[in-house]
Design a protein around this ligand. Structure first.
Ligand SMILES: CC(C)(COP(=O)(O)OP(=O)(O)OC[C@H]1O[C@@H](n2cnc3c(N)ncnc32)[C@H](O)[C@@H]1OP(=O)(O)O)[C@@H](O)C(=O)NCCC(=O)NCCS
Length: 412
């Protein structure tokens, strides 16, 4: 198979200039999921996809080989379609993205040039649920604007299993090469000491394994952005300091209006740049929706993309808790900005004014997160600190220590 991206509608690089407008590691998933559907094709559909590939690309692997690749690891092939045309009863793909998940030996063979992409040896490929050493992008067939669905595909191969595997690919045409550069891939890969000047690659080794709401580390470099959930009084002081600076000092919001009595029933997120608390926001949970609010970035940290990271983190934490709907009241002049994350006004939405500013009502509908917290998960997970559900907590460690007092000797 060959890599080919038809009608790449990503901004193309200026000659010699800075290119990457659409960093595929920085995704606007909620919004894209409204426009595209992504699914694993099977049987007959694989044959149709191969046919589509033949029409659009010219050279593709035979259907039997693609079927074997999918049986070996279903994550090797992702079909995409426009949601507006999609019929779940008769799913029909409009494009596809094919990968080969390389095991350590497979990556070594790509490095020394002995990997045969046209007829891959399956002993060199990771099976499903095996962490690959690298991901070889096998083929892209994305005609008529389907390249816009790429971030959804990237999300599929950014789960903890795949997250840190670097991606490699070859461009069959100059158009394909421009597409890869436009989405942030670098030309010139070095694999196990072998240089491949024409190969494109995406370095994902430095990506954090943590969810978007738990990326801050006290030892992080000076300019790195990190997000954490507020769990201590100190953290809350940081939030109050930021909000005092932004809302009271800059926007002249009266104290009573800014600190409105809702800060002790909310989950707060803190955004750091290096070790400096630079931004924050809070989330309040209702029965079937969560409200995101009080987004503030300190003046000196504006325009750093911290706000995007905070909002994505708020979406991620709400999804982790099982919420399917977020509600917000952003400043009316920030509606366009919020729409980038998929927020939209709705029938009957009102405008409102408080603290001398105009606001609008918006909602964001979310896909269900398969592993969202719910009754029935490991009970220790539900007693871990907020936002640390992916880490063993102090209470489960406590369950392992020797009892200090026998249960029957505990005072009543
Ligand atoms: C709003 C805020 C959180 C955005 O953070 P930031 O670091 O400035 O973000 P960016 O520079 O990436 O800008 C994000 C968007 O906000 C818009 N924006 C930022 N400041 C703005 C302002 N004063 N007026 C209108 N739009 C503004 C930008 O144009 C951009 O919109 P775009 O993506 O459609 O181009 C930050 O400016 C802030 O803390 N402001 C004061 C507090 C506030 O008003 N919070 C919003 C409550 S809804």
């Amino acid at each position: 198979m060959t890599m080919h991206a038809r009608d790449a509608n990503f901004r193309q690089p200026k000659p010699g200039g800075q290119i990457c407008r659409h960093d595929i590691l920085d995704l606007d998933i909620a919004n894209l999921s409204k426009r595209f559907v992504i699914f694993t094709p099977s049987g007959e559909m694989i044959k149709e996809l191969v046919e589509l590939g033949r029409r659009e690309i010219g050279t593709v692997a035979p259907a039997e080989l693609v079927e074997r690749a999918v049986t070996h690891n279903p994550d090797n092939l992702w079909a995409v379609a426009r949601r507006s045309r999609f019929d779940a009863a008769k799913p029909k793909a409009e494009g596809f993205f094919a990968f080969l998940m390389l095991n350590a030996e497979g990556l070594r063979r790509v490095g020394d040039g002995t990997f045969n992409g046209a007829n891959p040896d399956f002993a060199l490929l990771s099976a499903q649920n095996e962490r690959p050493a690298g991901i070889y992008a096998w083929a892209v067939c994305a005609p008529r604007g389907m390249t816009a669905a790429l971030p959804l595909v990237m999300e599929k191969i950014s789960t903890p299993l795949y997250r840190k595997a670097n991606m490699y690919t070859n461009a069959a045409t100059e158009e394909g090469a421009r597409f890869f550069e436009a989405i942030g891939l670098k030309r010139g890969a070095v694999i196990h000491g072998h240089a491949h000047p024409k190969m494109f690659w995406l370095d994902r080794s430095g990506l954090s394994d943590e969810p978007a709401y738990d990326t801050y580390s006290v030892s992080q470099p000076e300019k790195r952005i990190g997000i954490s959930v507020v769990r201590t009084i100190d953290d809350l002081m940081r939030v109050f300091a930021i909000r005092s600076a932004v809302y009271m000092a800059e926007q002249h919001c009266p104290y009573e209006e800014e600190f409105d009595g809702n800060d002790f029933c909310a989950t707060h997120l803190l955004g750091y740049v290096g070790n400096e608390p630079a931004g924050c926001m809070r989330i309040r949970c209702f029965a079937d929706f969560a409200k995101v609010e009080r987004v503030a970035i300190r003046n000196e940290f504006r325009n750093t993309r911290l706000v995007q990271r905070l909002i994505r983190a708020s979406i991620a934490i709400c999804r982790a808790k099982g919420y399917r709907r977020l509600y917000g009241q952003p400043r009316s002049d920030l509606l366009r900005f919020y729409s980038r994350f998929g927020f939209r006004t709705f029938d009957g939405a009102k405008t409102l004014r408080f603290s001398d500013v105009d606001y609008a009502e918006v909602v964001l509908d979310l896909d269900r997160q398969a592993d969202a917290l719910q009754i029935g998960v490991d009970p220790y997970v539900l007693i871990r600190p907020e936002g640390h559900w992916h880490k063993r907590g102090i209470l489960e460690r406590s369950a392992e220590r020797k009892l200090k007092v026998a249960p029957d000797k505990l005072p009543l």
